[in-house]
Design a protein around this ligand. Structure first.
Ligand code: ZN
Length: 310
């Protein structure tokens, strides 16, 4: 088992799955190699690569979440693994199960070390109607959360995306991922996406190939669109002024899916871009950075910019 860096993605290769598993199945083969845990920060991603002779399929599990591996070469399977921005720092394990063509079944664990990230704090105010919520509004928010939970539990198993990912608009960051928020003087949920500067009506592009699995008007996020990129990966686009695609549509990377706006709980026009991978809320720019699609411009953060939504 070795560790290499490919395109800024940490790649773990279990060189020969059968040998690696050998010790666990009777001790007649070489013992498992002691491997240093892979360090991943909260809100970030890591790519795992598993290879072995005669491997037919691989699946993984991190906590209660399924990690979906996809074929990535002869006898090799890869998966992107996301670590939630509020994941508990410390050791974690990805359980990996490999099915062999001959019918055998092997499993191993890949050790992760979740590192805490120092998220900054930001304070801003929103109008009272977005802060003092009536029972009717709370009921609506609850329904919307359930709707999202349903959407996030039905990912297409196969991978639909192709590297690299692209940013949906060219604007600078006006509110970073993970900011601990104080809204109207009260501590709130952290920022689960990135806010990008986008004047009203800016074309919003699909970050990658996928399927439109949600189009709707939500209380906090306004006109919201969710793309399923398959294999447990979703990207979200909030506060749109217009949709350009319908639910169920297949979209290609770079296709215009809507126009930016300021619907929902906002203090100015912008695009909120979010991503979710194996149930974890991750920084969407992780996808751009670690898939070879990085541009320096995309990472310029401007704290003085217009404030925003959730
Ligand atoms: Zn936002």
């Amino acid at each position: 088992m070795s560790e290499i860096i490919v395109g800024r993605i940490v790649t773990i290769t279990i060189a020969a799955l059968g040998v690696f598993f050998g010790a666990a199945f009777g001790g007649s083969r070489s013992p498992p190699v002691a491997v240093k845990p892979i360090e991943v920060f909260q809100g970030e991603i890591v790519e795992l690569k598993v290879s072995g002779i005669g491997l037919a399929a691989v699946e993984g599990q991190l906590g209660k979440e399924t990690v979906r591996f996809y074929p990535s070469g002869r006898g090799t399977f890869s998966a992107l693994v996301g670590v939630d921005l509020e994941a508990k720092p410390g050791p974690a394990r990805v359980l990996v199960k490999g099915t062999q063509r001959a019918g055998g079944y092997r499993e191993t664990q890949i050790a992760l070390k979740i590192k805490p990230k120092a998220f900054e704090k930001e304070s801003f105010s929103v109008p009272p109607e977005f802060d003092q919520l009536s029972p009717e509004v709370l009921e609506r928010i609850h329904r919307e959360q359930e709707q999202l939970t349903r959407v996030f539990s039905t990912s297409v198993p196969e991978r639909l995306w192709e590297n690299p990912f692209i940013a949906p608009v060219q604007g600078d960051i006006s509110s970073s991922f993970g900011y601990r928020r104080v809204i109207n003087d009260a501590p709130r949920a952290p920022h689960t996406g990135v806010d990008l500067k986008a004047p009203m009506g800016t074309e919003v592009l699909a970050a990658n190939n996928g399927r439109v699995v949600l189009v709707g008007d939500f209380f906090f996020s306004g006109n919201s669109l969710v793309l399923d990129h398959g294999a447990g990966l979703y990207t979200m686009y909030f506060h749109l002024s217009e949709f350009r695609v319908q639910e169920g549509a297949e979209v290609r990377k770079g296709e215009v899916i809507g126009l930016s706006g300021m619907t929902g709980r906002v203090t100015g026009p912008h695009l909120h871009w979010g991503a979710r991978l194996n149930g974890a809320r991750i920084d969407p720019f992780e996808l751009v950075k670690k898939s070879g699609g990085m541009s320096d411009k995309a990472f310029r953060s401007d704290a003085a910019a217009d404030k925003v939504e959730k």
